[in-house]
Write a protein of this length. Structure first.
Ligand code: C2E
Ligand code: MG
Ligand code: MG
Ligand code: MG
Length: 276
């Protein structure tokens, strides 16, 4: 410490840190009661073909409106839940709610809509996860191939060996596996290859930087080719404009997700994008 900043002096940094800690504590407390009261809900964002807008899946996204804190973003409460371990309970709730919804769509409208569920590192690497997944599918009477699980490179990097075992077990069950936020991490291509994902989700930061950047375009072209040769599909995330949609098609990308195509929707509104 610099001379003069004695024991009793609080720096701005200390104050900010204390505020952050207090906020996280509050979020964690409110989240606990929300989980007890079943007060979270899910929205579903369509994943569609880029050319015709045909629905191929929906991504389940957790939503929380706290009576005390107001709307809290998933970026915030998922991070807190991951740090406190609450993600295990939250994640199990999400998984069960999502597969039940997929079954409900199937029963009520005869539509088989695959549902894609985000899984956090702690949750995915937990010894019980495959069991929890199997139980959720069974309880909802949903065939495993109608469930897709999204994990990120940070999960992979935390424990490659365990990720691989978990992927193998889930794959054997028939569940589909997606690598989320692809292009933001540092895992090697050979690691990704060996994990054998069904789907790569190209992060929106990559999509946004695409226009006018010919090197990035070339990179995407080769990623598309590579994915094809490995029988993986690619979804481009965060599409916000018609010109992005066109460019992605040109570069060989067939699937997309983004506000331009469809926003995250309440379950009842998903039927409107089904078409026929
Ligand atoms: P993600 O899995 O990459 O989900 C996509 C995020 O991008 C969503 O944000 C979605 O609303 C947003 N998005 C989609 N299209 C566009 C677009 O065109 N422009 C922009 N700017 N954004 C777009 P959301 O719902 O706020 O979720 C943020 C992150 O929180 C998710 O990123 C995911 O990592 C995490 N998350 C959300 N729900 C869950 C959950 O149930 N479990 C876990 N473990 N994580 C979740
Ligand atoms: Mg995701
Ligand atoms: Mg993503
Ligand atoms: Mg993303």
């Amino acid at each position: 410490r610099a001379k003069g900043s004695g024991r009793n002096t609080l720096s701005l940094f200390d104050v900010e840190l204390a505020q952050q800690r207090e906020r996280r504590h509050q979020v964690s407390l409110e989240l606990r009661s929300a989980l007890e009261r079943d007060a979270l809900h899910l929205q579903y964002q369509p994943i569609q073909t880029l050319n015709e807008g045909r629905l191929v899946a929906v991504e389940a996204l957790a939503r929380w409106h706290s009576p005390v804190l107001g709307v809290v973003s998933p970026a915030e409460f998922i991070a807190v839940a991951e740090d406190t371990g609450q993600i295990l309970k939250l994640g199990e709730w999400v998984l069960n709610a999502a597969v039940r919804q997929a079954t409900a769509w199937w029963r009520s409208a005869g539509r088989r809509v695959r549902v894609s569920v985000n899984v956090s590192p702690l949750q995915f690497l937990h010894a019980d996860f495959a069991q929890v997944t199997r139980a959720a599918l069974r309880a909802a009477h949903l065939p495993a191939e109608m469930l897709q699980l999204e994990i990120t490179e940070s999960t992979v990097m935390r424990d490659v060996a365990r990720t691989r075992r978990q992927c193998e077990e889930l794959r054997a069950m028939g569940v589909r596996l997606a690598l989320d936020d692809f292009g933001t991490g540092y895992s090697s291509l050979s690691t990704l290859h060996s994990l054998d994902f069904h789907l790569l989700k190209l992060d929106r930061s990559f999509v946004w930087g695409l226009e006018g950047d010919t090197r990035r375009e070339a990179l995407l072209r080769s990623v598309v080719t590579l994915a094809e040769s490995l029988s993986m599909e690619i979804v481009a995330e965060g599409i916000e404009t018609e010109s992005q949609r066109r460019l992605l098609i040109e570069l060989g990308c067939q699937l997309g997700q983004g506000f331009y195509l469809a926003r995250p929707l309440n379950a009842n509104d998903v039927e409107q994008v089904w078409g026929d």
